[in-house]
Design a protein around this ligand. Sequence first.
Ligand code: 6PG
Length: 238
Amino acid sequence: MARQVEIWNDRAEIASRALLLCQLAYKEAIAKNERFTIVATGGNSPRILYELLATKDWDWSKVHVFWGDERYVPITDPLSNEGMTRAIWLDRVAIPEVNIHAIPTNSDDPAIAAAQYEQHIQEFFGTAAGEFPEFDLFLLGMGDDGHTASLFPHTNALKVSDRLVTVGEKDGQHRITMTVPLINQAKEILFMIEGAAKAKALKAVLAPKGDINQYPSRLITGNTIWLCDRAAMNQKKS
Ligand code: 6PG
């Protein structure tokens, strides 16, 4: 699978480039299938992009938004990825509520929530158990420790290859996360990576060889485009 690494000056440039790539993916998907499926990410990295997307005059009735991972908290919690995404993007556009495919977080057992989200995705795409549907565009960030989505170093979630969604874990807190094979199946995977704190992990993730348990982003081997700023690449601004 292809990997493209692009180096930009700062987060504003990354966001403009990401917006352009979103537009291209949207146009292509609409032309082909009359529908655009995009997977949102949490964290700070996508915030400017979401603000820019909120200004776009898209046919939002044809856009379907999913999340790659979620903290196991209600939507009203400031840590909720869904809450953040709605506040700065989805609440500002005319997207039908049925097109917003949020990760459920209301069951006592996160494993049940993971299974429910998996079933929802299968029903949406009309795929059978064991099949991995193809999202049009998958947005991702990467933590300073090399994690992506809620695929944290040395956790069981990294090994799950027969499910679409599983339970992740961070400091004893449950998370829900899409699995490695589901992410890798996407038509295009867009990483947004900013800041010097990520330089060490980024170098390890992009190196030809390395430890997938220590740096889980290495597991994302699909069609990836890495939008990195100079600080993350350990380079000076031009
Ligand atoms: C989340 C994410 C997570 C995030 C990275 C990077 O829910 O927080 O999905 O994987 O993308 O931790 O976060 P920043 O963009 O804040 O650096």
